[in-house]
Design a protein around this ligand. Sequence first.
Ligand SMILES: [Zn+2]
Ligand SMILES: [Zn+2]
Length: 175
Amino acid sequence: MEAKELLERAARFHGHVCPGLAIGVLAAKYVLEHGFNFSPNEEVVAVAENDNCSIDALQALLSTTYGKGNLIHQDYGKLNYYFYNRETEKAIKLSFKNDVFTGKKMTKNERIKQLLSSKPEKVFNIYEIEYNPPSLAQIEDSIPCDICGENTMNSRLMFYNNNSMCIPCYKAQRK
Ligand SMILES: [Zn+2]
Ligand SMILES: [Zn+2]
């Protein structure tokens, strides 16, 4: 599929077209053309070191989604994207290049246009990396918080003053 078509598809999910979305579209296009497929389950897992507009392109085009647990956000504020294919055990990293827009005065639309017409190799540093994906999303029991009574994932309960409590209640008790 052409980059323009992918951008339209991603924009239906994201709500608007922007340079960030275009970056995600290019990343998704590259991985789709290099041994990765749309991921109805958890066949592919993406790790993104940012949470900007680009992430929505990954969700829409690769189905690496927050809800399924096959999209992991590492809050490092870096334009790095890692993709792991659980079926082929292939892994790649895309890192947005520093100099894509430097020295040029460009409007938003010009940036989008430039991105869409660029070869992925011009926009990203691309590496084959070791296959060490994050573990699969876990399903775990929920237990009512002793303070508010709301069901809370076991691993998120805090033990404080002889009570098991959810994180908001724990924070309120500690005030
Ligand atoms: Zn956006
Ligand atoms: Zn609570």
